[in-house]
Design a protein around this ligand. Structure first.
Ligand SMILES: Nc1ncnc2c1ncn2[C@@H]1O[C@H](COP(=O)(O)OP(=O)(O)OP(=O)(O)O)[C@@H](O)[C@H]1O
Ligand SMILES: [Mg+2]
Length: 310
């Protein structure tokens, strides 16, 4: 049984939770030392390929030697299990309610790759009392210590919880397609994220379903230059995934592209993105635990318990 961390009486619960949180500047410094450890995948428009990116990025990172945890943080419909063709019975909600142990809900879907079905748990996390949140952090920090990178697949749009996920992550990866509506909506999300974080967000852009690299670069240039000109935001272009019928096929077959024998150009796109995003450096993986602690959950709970105007 893990100990329950009791708050000292003088502090209110939200303030106490925020005490647990690393200062953002520390987080930035740590991220420089160790590279990106937690990544939220976001989009404006739905159906632009977030879940496929999350899944194949996770597989590529695991293949490159990292221990990866993939958190299905889509508060609407969970997709990750469908893409892997698995049927998890339980999710974080069950752990939170004390009905299951964390180990009961984890799904090992490959060497070094574990799925955590979020389900209702992530939504409930914001509403439980301090003691329970602290208990949950304690449980989940075990997972953080066992993993090198955490990837979150979120729902389209920037509602409150997605914003909390993004703010808690080292990097927010915004996915768009070359469609004008997707471009427009992704700019909207970028703007909200930038303003909500008062310019303290680390934003990367991925263009999915591009015909070729130059189309993707044109799309990214439009978004990034508008962001810089109108918001003063320096978003980074991370790369693209080309339109690929093999991705559609892999979804139909419920087997992620990187687990198939397909060797289409998009396979390399996912690998390149994983290399770029996680800046594979041996010292990042070998660094001492204290430096490597993601503390994503602590930051997440701090964001979730932050009241408006805080
Ligand atoms: N590069 C690609 N080429 C062709 N089809 C793709 C590509 N990427 C994704 N798709 C297709 O687009 C559809 C939507 O993908 P996905 O579920 O990953 O999007 P999403 O952004 O997670 O959607 P949602 O917002 O509903 O969660 C899937 O059917 C998938 O096969
Ligand atoms: Mg999805």
């Amino acid at each position: 049984m893990n100990p329950v961390i009791m708050p000292p009486p003088a502090l209110d619960q939200a303030a106490m939770l925020r005490e647990l949180v690393l200062d953002k500047k520390d987080a930035a410094a740590r991220s420089k030392i160790t590279g990106v450890r937690s990544v939220s995948i976001l989009s404006g428009k739905g159906g632009v390929g977030k879940s496929n990116l999350a899944v194949n990025l996770a597989l590529a990172a695991a293949d490159q030697g990292m221990r990866v945890t993939l958190l299905d943080a889509d508060l609407g419909l969970a997709n990750i299990d469908i893409l892997f063709g698995v049927v998890p019975k339980f999710n974080l909600g069950h752990v939170l309610r004390g009905e299951k142990e964390l180990s009961d809900i984890l799904f090992q879907v490959g060497p070094r790759l574990t799925i955590v079905p979020g389900g209702s748990g992530l939504r409930e996390l914001a509403d439980i009392d301090y003691q329970r949140q602290a208990w949950m952090i304690d449980r989940l920090s075990f997972l953080e210590n066992e993993t090198d990178v955490l990837i979150l697949d979120t729902s389209a749009g920037l509602h409150r919880s997605v914003l909390a996920f993004a703010m808690a992550s080292d990097l927010s990866v915004l996915v768009t397609t070359p469609e004008p509506t997707a471009i427009q909506d992704s700019y909207g999300v970028l703007k909200s994220l930038w303003r909500s974080t008062e310019g303290d967000a680390n934003i990367g852009l991925v263009v999915n379903m591009a015909q070729d690299k130059s189309e993707a670069e044109t799309v990214s240039y439009r978004i990034i230059s508008a962001a810089e000109q109108f918001l003063g935001c320096k978003a980074q272009y991370l790369g693209c995934i080309l339109w690929d019928a093999a991705i559609r096929d892999s979804v139909r077959k419920r087997r992620p592209l990187l687990l198939t024998k397909e060797r289409t150009v998009s396979v390399q796109c996912f690998k390149d993105l994983a290399g770029k995003i996680f800046e594979l450096r041996p010292e990042a993986i070998e660094a001492p635990q204290v430096v490597r602690g993601i503390s994503f959950l602590r930051r997440l709970i701090s964001q979730m318990t932050r009241k408006k105007g805080d």
